[in-house]
Design a protein. Structure first.
Length: 131
């Protein structure tokens, strides 16, 4: 199983989203995510990225990562859009502070709980098995 390691301390087994369809659906409709699980979004080129929580059922931390696998910013404990707008017409967007190549989504509040910060370094483990 592909695994993300942050600072060689915290590991997350991830589902990889590297197609437009997979990136668009993301963790929508997921009602339970274990604390050692997440989704790893892969983009073709570094760009300022925008994420929203439409049809997402749980709060998430959205961790934006540059091409050097360094965390550039974290949108922490982002609530599902339904809480803000039952019709989901006005879902807030969350942006990377600079061009990003990757995004890691994990359970909301977990970044703070584990002390994950901007500047932390990510390693990709077992990704050769996923290709």
């Amino acid at each position: 199983m592909p695994t993300i390691s942050i600072n060689d301390t915290h590991e997350f087994e991830v589902t990889i989203a590297d197609s437009n369809e997979e990136r668009m659906s993301g963790l929508q409709h997921v009602s339970d995510l274990k604390n050692n699980e997440g989704m790893w979004f892969v983009f073709d080129a570094p760009q300022v990225l925008s994420f929203w929580m439409k049809d997402t059922l749980i709060s998430l931390d959205i961790i934006f990562v540059n091409e050097n696998l360094e965390i550039i910013n974290i949108a922490e404990n982002v609530p599902p859009c339904r809480e803000a707008s039952p019709e989901q017409l006005f879902c807030e967007s969350y942006f990377s502070d600079e061009p990003a190549s990757y995004v890691l989504e994990i359970n909301g509040g977990l970044s703070e709980e584990l002390g994950i910060l901007k500047g932390d370094v990510i390693k990709l483990l077992n990704f050769e098995d996923a290709v």
